[in-house]
Design a protein around this ligand. Structure first.
Ligand code: SF4
Ligand code: FES
Length: 487
């Protein structure tokens, strides 16, 4: 591998590595606005400039790559990069002054304050002074449909948002109009972004507060938010997302990129909006164990379950692997673990969505002995009386009407049935007993998605009093261990 000198320290990086990445690997952060790892580099902001020995001028590190070592000395230094010289500092300060020429001083009311790259870099690299004597350019904010608001006063023309609509969503709503000091980002003939099901990503991409989300705008100052690593349940691949939480409420979901995986840089608007499903007040939740429609203790449910005999379990593949393992322990025979769930997602962007199956932990459940598409077998076992009790792990939105009817018929025909759920459902209403479980944001667990990637999620919210995780309830139900399968 070629050797490079970065600020006098020798490192080895593969030929073709971006100078910006080589610096990042050396622990040196290079400021950047227009560069984004999932978009074509355009080198327009000039914020990432570094000195490269032998080059007459500073170079943009987002478009310059490390070359091979000298031909006559394969062990020699391929490139010498300097990021801490006066020339680099002057260039950064100059770029900051230029970008701030027309920028309003509205940080106290700007949604981006606290996560704004203009604020951060201004503090780290700016000159602290402006020579701008003219009146600043002014625009009124505009709605780009119902989801996105643009404030052109704040825009620094990095074109990330435009490149997203050209290269990722392919919807081409955004463009630049006018020239010079009047340059502005706008939509073609006032076109709205509402028809773009991935539009929310332009808000994440905007390094300043020019593009904001109608949904999140003015809701919460970002410094109050705790960023909890979790996953999206509303994608076929359980995309990694941040749950931004304050006062035991989740305020937004944002993508949580995994380096090198372009698909993880973006989430659909449906996934983004799903956070609201987990801010249910306790009035909408199942809060107490119930037996035959009455509040009951878990001991009473355990005794009722133990009294009926042989137990089969059904788990929708949209819960964590730990929950699957514990639920599986309740089955009287290992082969009496049945999988359910039939939610699907239409492919809108093939380059980001590789699966339509919304039962994102089907693989994790299968690895723990759950058999999907075998409800016929279970129906037969219940009908002939071999299985007398059913325990179902259930979340209504992940089973369609047909599957729900089948599950309801199964639950109704078994002598005893127990449904574990967070929100009361028709299925739970028709069961003999039910237990209130945490939502996935109220617990820590992991899933294995369709691509075999293990995705962990951490507890983001405190559950209501009395609501517990599946492993905690199963421990209390404490039935006999499963008997080995008949040979
Ligand atoms: S709106 Fe934001 S993302 Fe788009 S060009 Fe302006 S600063 Fe960049
Ligand atoms: S990040 Fe390199 S020029 Fe903008």
């Amino acid at each position: 591998m070629p050797k490079v000198l970065i600020n006098g320290v020798e490192r080895e990086v593969p030929t073709g590595t971006l100078v910006l990445d080589a610096c990042h690997q050396a622990g040196i952060d290079i400021p950047r606005y227009c560069y984004h790892p999932a978009l074509t580099p355009v080198a327009t902001c000039r914020m990432c400039m570094v000195e490269i020995k032998g080059m007459p001028k500073l170079a943009t590190s987002c478009t310059t790559t490390v070359g091979p070592p000298p031909k006559d000395n394969p062990e020699g230094i391929a490139m010498e990069i300097i990021t801490n010289s006066k020339a680099v500092a002057d260039a950064r300060a100059g770029v900051m002054e230029f970008l701030l020429l027309n920028h309003p001083l509205d940080c106290p009311i700007c949604d981006q304050a606290g996560e704004c790259k203009l604020q951060d870099y201004s503090y780290d690299y700016g000159s602290g002074d402006s020579r701008m004597g003219e009146v600043k350019r002014r625009y009124r904010y505009e709605d780009l449909g119902g989801k996105i608001v643009i404030d052109k006063n704040r825009c620094i023309h990095c074109t990330r948002c435009i490149r997203f609509t050209q290269e990722i969503s392919g919807t081409h709503e955004l463009t630049v109009a006018q020239r010079g000091a009047n340059l502005e980002v706008t939509t073609y003939s006032g076109k709205s972004m509402d028809a773009n099901p991935w539009a929310g990503n332009v808000v994440d991409l905007c390094p300043v507060g020019a593009l904001t989300s109608r949904d999140f705008r003015f809701n919460r100052r970002v410094w109050y938010l705790k960023n909890i690593p979790t996953i999206s349940r509303h994608s076929a691949l359980a995309n990694p997302v941040w749950a931004d939480v304050d006062q035991n409420q989740v305020w937004r979901f944002r993508p949580r990129p995994t380096e090198g995986k372009v698909a993880t840089y973006f989430i659909s608007d449906q996934e983004r909006a799903a956070y609201a499903d987990y801010n249910l007040g306790s009035g909408a939740r199942l809060l107490k164990p119930q037996l035959k429609g009455q509040e009951a203790s878990v001991e009473a449910i355990r005794e009722a379950l133990a009294a009926v005999g042989s137990v089969a379990v059904i788990g929708q593949g949209v819960f964590g692997c730990d929950a699957a393992q514990r639920l599986g322990d309740l089955a009287s025979r290992p082969e009496w673990r049945f999988g359910a769930g039939d939610k699907g997602y239409a492919i809108q962007l093939p380059k980001l969505q590789t699966h339509t199956d919304g039962v994102y932990n089907r693989r994790g459940f299968s690895e723990r002995g759950f058999r999907f598409s075998k409800l016929d077998e279970l129906e037969q076992l219940v009908k002939e009386g071999t299985v007398q009790a059913l325990v179902v792990l259930y979340d209504a939105p992940f089973s369609g009407a047909k599957e729900t009817e089948r599950l309801k018929a199964l639950v109704a025909s078994a002598p005893f049935s127990l449904v574990l759920e967070s929100v009361p459902s028709e299925l739970g209403n028709s069961a003999t007993a039910r237990l209130p479980i945490t939502t996935y944001l109220e617990e820590s667990d992991f899933v294995t998605n369709h691509s075999g990637e293990l995705r962990r999620y951490q507890k983001a919210l405190e559950p209501p009093k009395g609501v517990r995780t599946v492993p905690a309830w199963v421990k209390d139900l404490a039935l006999q261990p499963a008997v080995p399968a008949a040979v």
